[in-house]
Design a protein around this ligand. Sequence first.
Ligand code: AMP
Length: 151
Amino acid sequence: MIDIDHNQLNQIELRDLLVTSDKVAHVQVGNNLEHALLVLTKTGYTSIPVLNPRFQLQGFVSMTLILDSILGLKRIEFERLETMKVEEVMNQNVPRVSMKKSVLKVINAMINHPFLCVENEDGIFEGILTRRNLLKSLRRQSIILPKESFQ
Ligand code: AMP
């Protein structure tokens, strides 16, 4: 049985887990699907946030959403990538979290989502919290794995 100290968990600062917006690959609502596919392919991420020109979060777009939207009856209609816009295919049900949330709530939300988007009070996109950063923080604090197990 793994015994996790909740006090130790609550000491984790969400700000330390944040990938700040300047380091987050994103696309704009008005970009075409060809551009979005290019960004996804080049970065290697399966899904990325979609923002409007005011840097407000509108949704997320993924490789699967794009390919599904150009799937014809007999073939994938690649020519549609140029004419279709990100806003037509994005998923608006984007997992959001406030920096005021507790770490336990964030961990719970991350069970179903590989990343959570963070916005400030004005709805401006601040960045994302990722599973990788969370796991790294848990390891750093020896919460999930004792440091000796890496030596
Ligand atoms: P990770 O926990 O680092 O594997 O990241 C989980 C997911 O978060 C990735 O599959 C991406 O969808 C997203 N992600 C992580 N880092 C970035 C980034 N710098 N820019 C855009 N999306 C990211």
